[in-house]
Design a protein around this ligand. Structure first.
Ligand SMILES: CC(C)(COP(=O)(O)OP(=O)(O)OC[C@H]1O[C@@H](n2cnc3c(N)ncnc32)[C@H](O)[C@@H]1OP(=O)(O)O)[C@@H](O)C(=O)NCCC(=O)NCCSC(=O)C[C@H](O)C(=O)O
Ligand SMILES: [Mg+2]
Length: 280
């Protein structure tokens, strides 16, 4: 079992050459090259060429390369999609997805390219299950700023007002084997707040977090990596289960807690993730 990490997923404005270059040396698992909100309207057309050049030059190593285009109902969306189709990227990210028809409209333009969907509209969250079920959809990104705007909810540290929406997108992602990455933490100089939100997102089940600034990378990678204690426990659970299996039993006990086959599957996933991270 190999698991690709998506702990840290950094947005980079597709128009900023300096940031595009800096990302080549940052220890992020994935990059979202942005043509949407991080790029001003007057720079959008030029950003396509800037981004295409940076991707052609390469240097992004093992980092997953995802390009966020403008929504297809904007004046830039269609041309973005057609341009991205020929760029060296792993996936295309569609913002403001409301339903599976939106995804199919993009698939009609880009062929078989893997598609990720921003989960940031009320319709999109409600229809998350059908979006995740689309055969080309491989990832969800929570767009918590747009979602807060649509919900008209307050930006609370505990994110209680949007908890239902976060869980709906996670339910859909998990039901269809889709990666799910949490939204951004806007106060990019507040490490303690970032850590708390990362821990919450990790505990909810997100694979990682989207980031807006390089200063957010280390905290995020640390929170979303399996800890030494988790790795040690996973090893001991697997060993203990294999031992009882040899005697024809199906339940082991480790640290006073039962270990069944399903726990062993989780333990193997932890080890696989740790090994993927170690190989980066
Ligand atoms: C937030 C920023 C505008 C801050 O920019 P700046 O003041 O220039 O930061 P620094 O001077 O501290 O930068 C230090 C160096 O780091 C590089 N840098 C900065 N940000 C990035 C980045 N995102 N990727 C790569 N490199 C970056 C600077 O170039 C400096 O480098 P150097 O000069 O060589 O030392 C800025 O960080 C920024 O624009 N961030 C991205 C904002 C963004 O992408 N917004 C859109 C995505 S969020 C979103 O849309 C959420 C979603 O849709 C929702 O609805 O929630
Ligand atoms: Mg958004």
């Amino acid at each position: 079992m190999t698991v690709r990490p998506y702990r840290s997923v950094l947005y980079i404005p597709g128009s900023k050459e300096r940031a595009l270059d800096k990302a080549r040396g940052l220890p992020v698992d994935a990059i979202i090259f942005d043509l949407e909100d991080a790029v001003t309207p007057d720079a959008k057309v030029e950003a396509r060429a800037t981004l295409a050049k940076a991707l052609k030059e390469g240097g992004y190593g093992k980092r997953a390369k995802i390009i966020r285009i403008n929504a297809l109902d904007t004046e830039w969306g269609r041309e973005d999609a057609l341009a991205v189709k020929d760029m060296e990227a792993d996936a295309i990210l569609l913002p403001k997805v409301d339903n599976a028809l939106d995804v199919q409209a993009l698939a009609d333009l880009v062929g078989k390219m893997p598609i990720w969907a921003m989960m940031e509209t009320c319709h999109g969250v409600w229809n998350a299950m059908e979006v995740a079920a689309h055969p080309q959809v491989q990832g969800f990104v929570a767009g918590t700023n747009d979602l807060a705007k649509e919900l008209n909810c307050r930006a609370r540290a505990d994110r209680l007002p949007m908890m239902g929406a976060l869980q709906m997108m996670l339910l859909a992602a998990r039901a269809h084997g889709v990666i799910a990455v949490d939204g951004v933490y806007n106060q990019f100089k507040d490490d303690d707040g970032l850590r708390a939100e990362c821990e919450q997102g990790r505990d909810l089940g997100f694979d990682g977090k989207t980031l807006i600034h390089p200063a957010q990378v280390d905290v995020t990678n640390a929170v979303f990596s399996p800890s030494e204690a988790e790795i040690d426990l996973a090893r001991r659970q697997i060993e203990a289960f294999e031992e009882v299996e040899r005697t024809g039993q199906g339940v082991a006990v480790v640290d006073g807690k039962i270990v069944e086959n399903l726990h062993v599957e989780t333990a193997k996933k932890v080890l696989s993730m740790a090994s993927s991270i170690a190989s980066l």
